[in-house]
Design a protein around this ligand. Structure first.
Ligand SMILES: [Zn+2]
Ligand SMILES: [Zn+2]
Length: 344
């Protein structure tokens, strides 16, 4: 691609409104990297903004699950060169706020966001690009961001080999949880209402697909000699599922509330269940740079399968159709071809 002036982006200007507009980026700072975006995965959080169920201010260029090629680098950038393929992290942490200092940069209190990856280009600091290996497929690398979030959530469960982990919700995120839990040595029970999602879960390593007709805690007890699961992930935004997961846990069970719940809907869990059963209830959101690097490594070494999660590929100009597929839960992961000329 040639000059910056010709770059464009799909801008979310109001709920249910996407406009194809010229893209203007700030000047490149000495430590910044200009990236030409090739492909971007659609995250349900993008769709939440699009349908007006988010506090994020519009207009905005969304998209944060990108793979890109370095187009230009600032004068002080030493680690990447133009032409190199990278996975960008568009969340720019300050490094100095209390959250950053406490080792929670994912909760940075002075966070900035790079121009979104439903634009043909973006700028991020050098520290926010993760160079890819020569052999990594571009499409596979778009899963770095969601897998980084999943790794963070799985670590909170402190899984030890042989434990039984319940994964509720077998969409793209649940299917990543299943694979990471297997890597930690767990036996995985998969729960979803859709048969085709359960089949996909089994094909990606889940040990048991629970019968959606049976109450969850009964199905889990039947698979664990009456004990209950050692850990559970709720990868679908539902307070009822959080409650069901808590009752499906055994003594010392850990629960990760991985998905946000919209609209707000409080959970009701008997405190005696938490107290007497010594349950640990956690949440996780976003990712740290360590999660990001580890996620890309898992993808590049083929330790987590991501390509079977792709159900649809749409060109950037048809972003709305991609959002509708995700919203309707028709497929699994939808990938946006931001610039089909960028390939290797
Ligand atoms: Zn995402
Ligand atoms: Zn910070």
């Amino acid at each position: 691609m040639e000059s910056n002036k010709r770059l464009k982006a799909m801008v979310c200007t109001a709920p249910f409104t996407l406009e194809w507009q010229p893209l203007s980026l700030p000047p490149l700072g000495p430590r910044d990297v200009l990236l030409h975006v090739a492909q971007t995965g659609i995250c349900p959080s993008d769709v939440r903004v699009y349908v007006g169920k988010s506090s994020i201010k519009l207009p905005k260029i969304l998209g944060h699950e990108a793979v890109a090629q370095v187009a230009a680098v600032g004068s002080e950038v030493a680690s990447v060169k133009p032409g190199q393929w990278v996975v960008p992290d568009g969340i720019i942490k300050c490094g100095t706020c209390p959250a950053c200092r406490k080792g929670r940069p994912n909760k940075c209190q002075r966070v900035r966001y790079a121009s979104g990856a439903y634009g043909e280009a973006t700028i991020v600091p050098e520290t926010n690009v993760y160079p890819m290996r020569e052999t990594t497929l571009l499409r596979a690398a778009t899963f770095t961001e969601p897998l980084a979030c999943v790794l963070r959530g799985e670590r909170m469960l402190r899984i030890t080999p042989g434990e039984t982990v319940l994964v509720i919700g077998c969409g793209p995120i649940g299917l990543l949880h299943i694979q990471v839990a297997k890597r930690f040595g767990a036996r995985v029970l998969a729960a979803d209402l859709k048969r085709e999602r359960l089949d996909k879960a089994l094909s990606l390593g889940a040990d048991v697909a629970l019968d959606p007709q049976q109450p969850l805690h009964e199905a889990v007890r039947a698979e664990t000699d009456g004990y209950g699961a050692d850990a559970a992930v709720v990868a679908f935004g539902s307070s009822r599922l959080v409650e069901a997961a808590a009752t499906a846990l055994g003594y010392g069970g850990r629960l990760n509330i991985f998905a946000g719940v919209y609209p707000q809907d409080p959970v009701s869990i008997d405190p005696n269940l938490i107290h007497y059963n010594e349950l640990v209830i956690t949440g996780s959101a976003d990712h740290t740079p360590i999660d990001y690097a580890e996620a890309l490594n898992l993808i590049e070494r083929g330790l987590v399968q991501v390509l079977p999660l792709v159900s649809d590929v749409v060109p950037l100009r048809e972003l709305q159709r991609g959002f509708e597929i995700v919203q309707a839960q028709q497929g699994l992961k939808v990938i946006v071809e931001v610039n089909p000329e960028l390939a290797r």
